[in-house]
Ligand binder design. Structure first.
Ligand code: URA
Length: 176
């Protein structure tokens, strides 16, 4: 993946690989590139606050991105970059085997669910992630939410984000 050449370093994952909850964003940004960890900049701090509001933190979630290297200038990863990195992400999901996937933003949601609708239509709805290994048919409940970087730019959307968090909390409570 040519993103490796322009990034400072790999920002592979953070949190607990044994967690039941896996959170997948789009791509590392500037601060993630420097730290070598996903979601450590402003969007990550908001994500932490949102998780905390429903009793979660990086000891009980696992966090990664669709691509593990920062795209130059924080552009969206291209289709070919997403395609090249996808088998590694699919394998990561199989290995972590979470019981809930939270997809942060439209890029992650479209790439993993194979749907083209925008995030405004699909956020807060339940989908099933199946993976692509036919010998290990996964069925993981999956919910797309607004990207936290978008919420920082459009704080009025936090109301919808809160209702999505409550759905996630209810799902987790029902599992107990
Ligand atoms: N945005 C993302 O999608 N992922 C990160 O790790 C940071 C910002």
């Amino acid at each position: 993946c040519t993103l490796k050449k322009t990034a400072m370093q790999l920002a592979f994952a953070d949190g607990n690989p044994k967690a039941n909850i896996m959170i997948i964003g789009e791509a590392p940004g500037n601060e993630e590139d420097r730290a070598g960890k996903p979601f450590v900049g402003p969007a990550g701090k908001l994500l932490d606050k949102m998780l905390e509001s429903i009793g979660l933190n990086r000891t009980n979630v696992y966090i990664t991105n669709i691509v593990p290297w920062r795209p130059p200038g924080n552009r969206n990863p291209s289709v070919s970059e997403v395609t090249i990195c996808m088998p590694f992400l699919e394998r990561q999901i199989e290995l972590v085997a979470p019981s809930l996937l939270i997809l942060v933003g439209g890029v992650a949601s479209n790439a993993l669910l194979g749907i083209k609708q925008g995030i405004t239509k699909i956020r807060g709805r339940w989908y099933t992630y199946h993976g692509n290994d036919t010998s290990n048919q996964l069925e993981i409940p999956t919910i797309p939410i607004f990207h936290t970087a978008y919420l920082l730019r459009s704080p009025s959307k936090k109301k919808e984000a809160w209702s999505d968090l409550l759905k996630i909390k209810k799902h987790l409570d029902d599992l107990e």
